[in-house]
Each structure stands twice: as structure tokens, then as C-alpha cells.
Design a protein. Structure first.
Lengths: 440, 293
């Protein structure tokens, strides 16, 4: 491009004038649109940001609106969150795009894979937000993400037989999740471990009438049972109509609290530790019996909402990075790669030492584009974050909208946030435009 | 001699079935990994679709994947009910008007300006071009407050036209950038000979530039269409009920109705998906032109 410093005035000749007119004719519509919808608003918003809340301009407040920006907690949260977005998303998107682009080069169905990963790019960020809102529902039987979490969780630790059970008398006390009988027993003793708070449908199948075993020398025996029957019953006493709880893990602890034996209860709730050496022992029900089933993470709650948003956003943009990087990859000189392989470089070395450096310009394009996108992120946040956590999920563009519209109607502070966003975007986009000027 | 030559000859590697199986097996972990990733990218959209064809009573207590255990539950009644919901057809129409209308404006105005910047010689042209490209930095948030005020002053707040013009203006810098760069690449001889033959600039624009620039124009049109079909913030600010605003209103209601939100969201995304599949080539071209070039 050749800038024309002190451009020559239009030639007074007929040809010069007609060219000038032609230029005006072709450019006028664009200039009108850009002038009214971009230039005028930009100037107005900058000016407006120094004035108060309401009215045509409101009253002059100087830089107060900008001060609010850094002192109001929801706005500070927005800035912090946006910093997290900038720190996480461009790096992840670029890395995923690079990995996908390199891996798909090795399979025959690369086109199908690319199409699938690229699909979210065509869908609106808003619709994606709504889609992921269903994915993130907390109840594992409704939200797919937590359903997956539950199957992983249950593969490692299954929920206990009785997640909600409580001791029926105060003779049992909580010991790090386990329920342990307070009174120590000697061999020949019988432990009475009564539980309540068990709904009938939660009783393990095969339960029979509870039986209190007779004492036996050298053994510690006992019973775990549902210490409740219709009408109530007497707490702490095994009665007719009360069922034993089968399959409960019972622990025998020595005087130092160490578990020396474990066993499981029978159908009538009875258990038996045989061959117990002399001494005092505490008997208890193992903590695993009371393990709660996986209840799901609160992805849409205040703590996890930002990570949840980041995941959904990376899901959208990975395809973009992959397509742009794959285009760069296919334009790369193949002989350089082949030469490196011939010289005995491993695939990983080729990737790190040759592919990535050669792709650096493309990678930086993706990275910079993602910074700009992330600074302006709005739709997905308003779609995915429920109203109640939008203050926690806040980002700059959303803060601007919520301040200026959405009932608050503070045009002064809203303008200041818009200008702040503008100032953040300028240096990043200037990089892109500079690159463009170099290339022309 | 002949025998010696025979022993030295290296047997040509034969592509036996066994060799092919070995090679395929070596790639199996990679294939599985990529298939898993692909599935991960498909599940949310499939989930949305399945949710949209399940009865509300079922989906409010169970996960959509249970459909595969009870396929008979699938029903399109949510969709037929949706089209009787007040405002849906209107929202769909409004979205279409906005997306098509502003795309037409951007293409025409952008092509005119792109041609001027590429092939007309007038003082200050290159500086003006840099200024237009410079406007790419203006985030649309900068214009929401002033245009909201201005629209209300002129009484066009809440009209489809107000959103169309807003989108058109904000699409222009990229349009001018894309089309100017493409038009510059059109061989100069074609234009020069037409000019020598006495053709007017308008004739050249309509008969030469537009047909030759069709690939770039198609990319631009697809982009602009998708971008504005998918918009939320502009139509929300100017209170124009597009599909996304319609869904947003449902989402904000105290008792959210999944049986309305899921099918409405699916309808709103099936249009861009169809456009994407129909014009995939142009879409990717435009993407690369916009980011790499």
C-alpha cells in the first residue's frame, strides 16, 4: 500500500472530476452507514462516559464512572473473570486446534472428523449456551455431564447400603464416618447396633426378622438392625417385627482404635467375630455403609459457573482453530518434515522442533483472534449462567449490558464500561491490522 | 552371474493383506481417540435434539439418553405445540427478515466500496481504506447506548429495520476488507480493456466485478447471514423478538418449560447448520480469508 501524504487535490480536468464523482457514488452508502452507526456512536459513548446516569447527557461526573468500574464488586468480578477467560481460552483453543489438526492428518476420515468438530462454529453461542445448560443440570439422572461423573464415581466407590441411616440411640457415636459403639466389649460380648432413618424401600433386599445372637466365649457377636417398626418400638431393643440389615460392613477395633477384623452381617443382621484375643474392643459399622451416592456437581452454581462456561466456549472454538491450523499445515513444505524424519527425528521431535515453529504465524493468528473473541464474550454467558449466578459469571460485555439496560439504565457507567472494553480490544486488533498492512 | 544377480535383488515390498491389517491396527488407538473426541463434539447437539422430542413429563425427571431404552417415547408433539405458542412464527419471520435483509445490504454496499477501493483512483483513497479497516476495532457495545437513544428519538426503536441497519453497518468493515482484497486480484487487463471500450464504471461493476467476485461475495454473504441469524445482544437491546430473544424470554421465566426451550433452540440452530452444510466450502474460505490473510 502506498499512503498518499498530502494527497494531490482532484484534477480540475473533466476526467478527474468524473473519477471523483464515481468514487463518491461507490463509497457514499458505506460512508453513511459507518458514519451514523459506528463513528457517531463511538464519539458519543466516549463523551457520555464522563456524565452521570440519566438524561440526554446527565451531569458532568468526570472520571467517577471509571472509578466505579474498579470499585463495584460485580464489575471487579467481571474484570477478573475476563482475565481468566483471556488466560485460559486462547491457549486451550490453540493447543486443541493444533493437536486435532496434526492428528487428523493421519486418518482417512479426517473430513468427517473436522466437520463434526467444526459444527459448533455454525451454531450461535446463545444456542450453545442453552444446549450446555441442559448438559450441566446438577441431578445426575438429568444432566449428562454429571451422569458421566456418576458412572466414573461409582466405578471407584459404590454408594453405601444405607446412605441416610442414623443411630437409634446415643450409645453409638460417629467416628470419621463410621458409627462406633461407645461401650467397649470383651470377647464373649454382644454388640447392639440399632439404626433408624431408613425408608422401607431403601432396606436391602432379603432382610429377615432381626435376631440378637447369644453370647459365645472367644467371639464378639452382635446385630445391626432397623430399630424401628410400625408404631415406633422401643429404641435400643431388638423386638418382633424389626428387621436385621444384611450386607453391612462391621468393624472390630482394638483399644487403640485400629480395625482388627471386619465382617458382613447376615440376613437377620447378625454378625460374628471369632477367635478374638482377650482385651477390650469397640464394635462399629464401617463408614462405607453410609457413603452418599454421587449427587452431581453444581456446574451452574456460583463456584463452578466460570469453568463450566470456559469448557463450553472451548468446545465451540476448537474447530475454528483446527481448520485454520490445518490450512497452515497443508501449506507447509513437506520435504522439510521428511528430511527431519530421514535424519532420524522421532515424531514428537518433528512436531516440537519443525511443525510448531513453522506454524508459529498461524498459531499466533488463532491466539490473537481468540483474545479478541474472549474479550467480547457475551451471548454464551447470558444463555448458560442462570440469573442467580450471573454476578459470579460476569464478564465485561455482560456487565456493560446489565448496567446500561436490563432495568438499571445507567448510561453513564455503561458507556464507561464500553469504552474500557474498546480500549482493551484496540491494542490486540491493532496487531492484526499491522500484520495486514505488512502483507499488502 | 545370473544366479548372483538374483540373490542381490531386493524383493519389492508387497502390500499383502497382513501388512495392511498390521498398519491399520497400529493406528487403532489414534482412530479410537479421534472417534471419542468426535463423539464428545456431537453429544451436546444430539442431546438437545433428543430432549426436544421427549414429553415434558419425562424429561423433567429423567435424562434424555433414556430415550434409547424407551424409543417409543419419541414424539414431535413439542414441535407442533411450539408452533401454536404465541410469538414463535413471528420470531422466526423476524429473524429471517433481519438475516436476509442486512446480508443484502452488506453485500451491495460492501461490494460498491470494495470496488472503489480496489479499482477507482481518487485522492485519499488508501487513507480512507485504512480508516474503514480501522473501524474493525469498534466493539458493537460502543454503539448500543447511542443508537438506543437515537432510535427512540426517531421512533424506530423496536423495528426490524433498526436491527437490520445496525448489523449492516457493523458488518461493513469486514465486508470491505474481504471484497477489496478479492477484487484487487482480478486481472487488470479485463477492466482496462472494458474501460477503453468506453464501458461505464457501473457497467464494469455489474457485469465484470460482481460475477468475477462471486466466490468472495458468497463467503461474505454466508458469514453475515450466520452472524446475524445467531445474534442475541443487538435484537435484545432494541427489543426486537428474534428466535434467540424468544428463547431468552422463555429461559428467564420463573417456571422454565424445557418442552418449549429445547425445540425452539433446535429450530434456531437447524437453519445455520443447513446453511453451513450447503455452503461449507465458501464458509471455510471466508474464515481463512478473514483470519489468515
Amino acid at each position: 500500500m502506498e499512503p498518499l501524504p498530502g494527497a494531490a487535490p482532484p484534477q480540475p480536468s473533466e476526467e478527474g472530476l468524473s473519477r471523483y464523482l464515481a468514487g463518491t457514488f461507490f463509497l457514499l452508502p458505506a460512508i453513511v452507514l459507518l458514519g451514523i452507526w459506528l463513528l457517531y456512536p463511538t464519539v458519543y459513548t466516549v463523551v457520555r462516559s464522563f456524565f452521570g446516569q440519566s438524561g440526554y447527557l446527565g451531569s458532568w461526573v468526570g472520571i467517577d464512572n471509571y472509578r466505579t468500574l474498579f470499585t463495584t464488586s460485580t464489575l471487579v468480578t467481571a474484570i477478573k473473570n475476563n482475565a481468566i477467560w483471556v488466560g485460559v481460552v486462547p491457549a486451550f483453543v490453540t493447543a486443541l486446534g493444533l493437536i486435532f489438526a496434526v492428528l487428523t492428518e493421519r486418518v482417512r476420515w479426517a473430513v468427517a472428523f473436522k466437520t463434526v468438530v467444526f459444527l459448533p462454529m455454525a451454531i450461535s453461542a446463545f444456542a450453545t449456551g442453552v444446549t450446555w445448560r441442559f448438559m450441566y443440570l446438577q441431578d445426575p439422572s438429568q444432566g449428562a455431564v454429571n451422569a458421566l461423573g456418576r458412572s466414573v464415581h461409582e466405578a471407584f466407590s459404590s454408594p453405601g447400603v444405607l446412605s441416610n441411616a442414623l443411630p437409634s440411640t446415643t450409645s453409638l457415636q460417629n467416628h470419621g464416618g463410621a458409627l462406633v459403639l461407645k461401650t467397649p466389649l470383651h470377647p464373649g460380648g454382644v454388640a447392639i447396633l440399632g439404626l433408624t432413618g431408613i425408608a422401607p424401600q431403601d432396606m436391602p433386599s432379603g432382610a429377615k426378622q432381626a435376631v440378637k445372637p447369644a453370647p459365645k466365649s472367644g467371639d464378639v457377636e452382635g446385630v445391626v438392625w432397623r430399630d424401628f417398626k410400625p408404631g415406633g418400638g422401643k429404641p435400643g431393643v431388638v423386638e418382633q417385627g424389626e428387621q436385621g440389615i444384611p450386607g453391612v460392613t462391621v468393624e472390630l477395633r482394638d483399644s487403640s482404635g485400629k480395625v482388627v477384623q471386619t465382617t458382613k452381617t447376615d440376613a437377620d443382621g447378625s454378625f460374628d467375630f471369632s477367635g478374638v484375643a482377650a482385651g477390650t474392643y469397640n464394635t462399629g459399622i464401617g463408614a462405607s455403609t453410609f457413603a452418599k451416592p454421587f449427587g452431581g456437581y453444581s456446574w451452574l452454581g456460583p463456584k463452578l459457573i466460570t469453568p463450566a462456561l470456559l469448557i463450553a466456549y472451548i468446545w465451540i472454538w476448537a474447530g475454528f482453530a483446527m481448520v485454520v491450523i490445518a490450512a497452515g499445515l497443508s501449506a507447509m513444505p513437506r520435504d522439510v518434515l521428511e528430511a527431519a524424519r530421514t535424519d532420524g527425528a522421532t515424531e514428537l521431535q518433528v512436531f516440537r522442533r519443525v511443525t510448531v515453529p513453522l506454524l508459529a504465524p498461524v498459531l499466533s493468528v488463532v491466539f490473537i483472534t481468540m483474545i479478541i473473541n474472549v474479550l467480547k464474550v457475551f451471548d454464551i454467558v447470558i444463555a448458560l449462567a442462570p440469573d442467580s449466578v450471573q454476578s459470579n459469571a460476569n464478564v465485561i460485555a455482560l456487565a456493560m449490558w446489565r448496567t446500561a439496560f436490563s432495568g438499571n439504565n445507567d448510561f453513564g457507567a455503561g458507556s464507561a464500561i464500553a469504552v474500557f472494553l474498546f480500549l482493551l480490544v484496540i491494542p490486540v486488533l491493532a496487531l492484526n491490522i499491522q500484520r495486514f498492512r505488512r502483507e499488502v | 552371474m545370473a544366479a548372483a544377480a538374483e540373490t542381490v535383488r531386493i524383493p519389492a515390498p508387497r502390500d499383502t493383506t497382513a501388512a495392511r491389517i498390521v498398519r491399520a491396527l497400529a493406528k487403532t488407538p489414534l482412530q479410537l481417540l479421534l472417534a471419542g473426541i468426535g463423539l464428545l463434539w456431537l453429544v451436546p447437539t444430539i442431546g438437545l435434539f433428543v430432549t426436544s422430542i421427549l414429553p415434558a413429563s419425562f424429561i423433567s425427571t429423567s435424562g434424555w439418553w433414556k430415550l434409547f431404552a424407551h424409543p417409543s417415547l419419541a414424539t414431535f408433539s413439542n414441535y407442533s405445540a411450539l408452533f401454536h405458542t404465541a410469538g414463535l412464527t413471528g420470531a422466526l419471520k423476524t429473524t429471517a427478515y433481519i438475516a436476509v435483509g442486512n446480508t443484502l445490504i452488506v453485500v451491495v454496499v460492501g461490494a460498491l466500496a470494495g470496488y472503489a477501493f480496489a479499482w477507482l483512483d481518487f485522492p485519499g483513497r488508501d487513507w480512507l481504506f485504512v480508516c474503514v479497516i480501522g473501524l474493525l476495532v469498534v466493539p458493537l457495545q460502543m454503539a448500543l447506548i447511542p443508537m438506543f437513544r437515537l432510535y427512540n428519538t426517531f421512533g424506530i426503536g423496536g423495528t426490524t429495520l433498526s436491527v437490520i441497519l445496525f448489523h449492516a453497518a457493523f458488518g461493513l468493515p469486514f465486508a470491505v476488507f474481504l471484497l477489496r482484497n478479492f477484487f484487487v486480484g482480478i486481472p487488470k487487463d479485463i477492466l482496462e480493456s472494458a474501460r477503453i471500450d468506453g464501458a461505464s464504471e457501473i457497467w464494469i461493476f455489474l457485469r465484470l466485478i460482481l460475477p468475477l467476485g462471486l466466490p468472495a461475495i458468497a463467503s461474505l454473504a454466508i458469514f453475515q447471514f450466520l452472524w446475524t441469524w445467531n445474534d442475541l445482544i443487538v435484537s435484545l437491546t432494541f427489543s426486537v423478538t428474534t428466535m434467540n430473544v424468544f428463547i431468552f424470554d422463555q429461559l428467564r421465566q420463573f417456571t422454565q418449560s424445557i418442552d418449549v426451550i429445547a425445540p425452539a433452540t433446535f429450530i434456531s440452530l437447524i437453519v445455520p447448520l443447513a446453511v453451513f452444510f450447503a455452503f461449507q466450502r465458501y464458509f471455510v474460505q471466508g474464515l481463512l480469508a478473514g483470519s489468515v490473510k
